[in-house]
Design a protein around this ligand. Structure first.
Ligand code: PBG
Length: 322
């Protein structure tokens, strides 16, 4: 036997001939932070190259992303007021609602995904309504999410992406969207969202750190994988069009398990902390920029993800289009 796997690695041409996976620019989703107040716009110190944008800047940015070949954005709002019940979230004239409408008007083909959660809009920073015992009330929170989702749909969102981890929210969202005539609005559920330390920079970006306690009573416990399959199965049953695993890098085993078990499209969220740790090493000259980013992104595809939400989307698309 003379089996020599190196034969197919000899030249760039043969390597590319046998290459198994590739990152498609159209499968990348760029997150965007849109601020209601101009004074809240500006660079995010823990996320080099990423900024909070004003509404006008967000539209300009979306145009640029589109010209680079990107087709989807994920919107987060930085509201100008917060209260206990996240009322700035379901305001039809809220920052996300205005951003959705403005981007869809400027670039109708851009697929606009609205993150759906309360933590940026509550003064206590939790993703839901806090009851008298200091616990998060599941069903009241779901009612709020539904109310907000309808306003996102009215503004023209293509997708709502609930990231709160309340039970039963996908079913409630689906039936209410349908009842309001929004049967074409998709649901991308953050199905397996872990209580992760890797959201740290995002909480600086969105000003959404919990003011007391943590999110462990609603987000998943990092050591669990079987539980993720159960969460995903429930969300699919409830009507989710796309399911998500988040974070990405430390959970690629979960992505693979999900890919093998389910046939719906799977998204991964390459979260802020994963972006920041790579950028920190790149800035110090400890890692090679393009190669380390490419290797990271293709690992998500290899694990089985169809859709990749990543702060590297713009940079990757720019490189792919040049
Ligand atoms: C809102 C939300 C968070 C992220 C996405 N949606 C923060 C959190 O749950 O604390 C994290 C995104 C990132 O870290 O890039 N609930």
């Amino acid at each position: 036997m003379n089996i020599r796997p190196r034969r197919l690695r000899r030249t760039p041409v043969v390597r590319s001939l046998v290459r198994e996976h590739a990152v498609r620019v159209e499968a990348l989703v760029m997150p965007m932070f849109v601020a209601a107040r101009a004074s809240d716009a500006g660079p995010i110190s823990s996320m080099p190259g990423i900024s909070r944008l004003t509404l006008e800047q967000a539209v300009a940015e979306a145009r640029e992303l589109f010209s680079l070949g990107l087709r989807s954005v994920l919107l987060f709002g930085i509201p100008d007021r917060k209260d206990a019940v996240a009322s700035s979230n379901y305001d039809p004239n809220g920052i996300v609602q205005r951003a959705i409408a403005a981007i869809k008007q400027a670039i109708p083909e851009m697929y606009v995904i609205a993150d759906l959660c309360n933590c940026e809009y509550t003064d206590h920073g939790h993703c839901g309504i806090v009851d008298e015992r200091g616990e998060i009330d599941n069903d009241e929170t779901v009612e709020l999410l539904v109310r907000t989702a309808i306003t996102y749909a009215q503004a023209g969102a293509d997708v709502v992406a609930p990231s709160d981890m309340m039970d039963g929210r996908v079913e409630a969202l689906r039936s209410s969207l349908d009842a309001h005539g929004f049967d074409g609005v998709a649901i991308m559920a953050y199905s397996a969202k872990y209580a992760s330390a890797f959201y740290g920079p995002f909480r600086e970006a969105a000003g959404s750190a919990p003011q007391f306690g943590d999110r462990r009573s609603y987000q998943m416990d990092p050591p669990n994988a079987r539980e993720a399959m159960r969460e995903i199965a429930l969300d699919i049953e409830e009507g989710a069009d796309v399911v998500m695993i988040k974070p990405a890098l430390a959970y690629l085993d979960v992505v693979r398990m999900a890919r093998d078990a389910f046939d719906v499209p799977i998204a991964v969220y390459n979260v802020s902390g994963e972006f920041s740790m790579l950028m920190a090493a790149i800035e110090r000259g400890w890692l090679e920029r393009d190669r380390s980013i490419d290797e990271l992104l293709v690992s998500f595809v290899r694990a089985g993800a169809d859709i990749i939400i990543t702060y590297f989307a713009k940079e990757y698309a720019r490189r792919a289009s040049s």
